[in-house]
Write a protein that binds this ligand. Structure first.
Ligand code: SF4
Length: 318
């Protein structure tokens, strides 16, 4: 078990007599402090789908900058399905993790062809769609159909771990499976939607990853980790990188460069290398080609090689 928490044994739910009080306190807080967000005021399944895919791995403030323009540009699932992938990736500007744009576009095309453009109401059908996993499927069923289901993302996992176990540092959490199990026991009947949004808001504004604001928290008197969490000095998880910069940031820079060129123009990889690295050295070429082939596999770029005499490798948005 990775977590260094103390307290209850793994595999046992900590749901206690105080659970009801915790739920009521968080729902009361949400009624006054919950955020007003555009995807919370619509009943359009399509708009909620777009928001949920954007919100997965991206902060609300960034989604708020891109979402309105995106749904204006592609106002329906059919409009999105009919668009070119290049235009969808261009409209994804500012969100990062561009592969989600490809998945959303593929999902729109699949649903347009097979479901008459409707969002499925079945979890397993949802999870068969590109880029939709357990979290997104549950979030959609709760947001669109107001089902009373547990929804666990990194924020919810962090908040529930802290409330129900006495953790030691800000990066500790309980295992994901355990939190799904606990979350399923907590969903208040008929309030699943509010409960999901309340936990998300609490995690985003009060029980934040690095610096929880315990004195302002509605459950400070019932939370097992209140006031005791200290920063961790464990090294961050290693990820593929070049000279200390993660490859995922370079992937984003490549896509940004192609977007800036209207998406349709072919660009030589030498120019790509110079643009994203400043100085592009010969020995960095194999690293760059690996990066580009990753983008090609993810359906984000097309790669073309010219013949003699120049023999150049060119890329553009797919
Ligand atoms: S009391 Fe502190 S640690 Fe507990 S849920 Fe609230 S903000 Fe998080």
């Amino acid at each position: 078990m990775r977590s260094s928490s103390t307290g209850l044994m793994a595999g046992r739910t900590p749901r206690s007599d105080s659970s009801g009080r915790i739920i009521r306190a968080i729902l009361r807080w949400y009624a006054h402090q919950g955020r007003s967000l555009p995807w919370r005021t619509t009943r359009s399944a399509y708009r909620i789908l777009v928001a949920e895919i954007m919100l997965h791995q991206t902060q609300v403030t960034r989604v708020l900058r891109t979402y309105p323009e995106f749904v204006k540009r592609f106002p329906t699932l059919r409009a999105l399905a009919a668009a070119s992938r290049t235009d969808v990736v261009i409209a994804w500007r500012g969100l990062g993790y561009n592969r989600r744009a490809v998945h959303l576009h593929e999902t729109a095309r699949t649903l347009s062809l097979s479901c008459g453009g409707r969002i499925p109401t079945d979890e397993f059908r949802l999870r068969s769609l590109p880029g939709i996993g357990r979290y997104t499927a549950a979030a959609l069923l709760v947001s669109v159909h107001h089902r009373d289901l547990p929804v666990v993302d990194v924020n919810v996992r962090r908040v529930l771990s802290r409330i129900f176990w006495r953790l030691q540092t800000t990066i500790d959490t309980r295992p994901e499976r355990e939190i799904w199990f606990l979350a399923a026991s907590l969903v208040p009947s008929g309030r699943g939607y509010d409960w999901m949004q309340a936990l998300m808001d609490l995690g985003a504004t009060i029980c934040t990853a690095r610096a929880p604001h315990c004195p302002d928290c509605p459950v400070r008197g019932m939370c097992r980790s209140a006031g005791v969490l200290r920063p961790s000095n464990r090294p961050a998880r290693r990820e593929p990188s070049l000279e200390g910069v993660p490859d995922r940031l370079y992937r984003g820079r490549v896509v940004d460069l192609l977007r800036a060129r209207a998406g349709h123009a072919w660009v030589s990889i030498d120019l790509v290398g110079k643009s994203i690295l400043g100085e592009f050295r010969r020995e960095q070429k194999s690293w760059l080609m690996r990066l580009i082939h990753g983008l090609e596999r993810d359906g984000l770029v097309l790669v073309r090689r010219t013949g003699a005499p120049s023999r150049r490798t060119l890329i553009r948005l797919a």
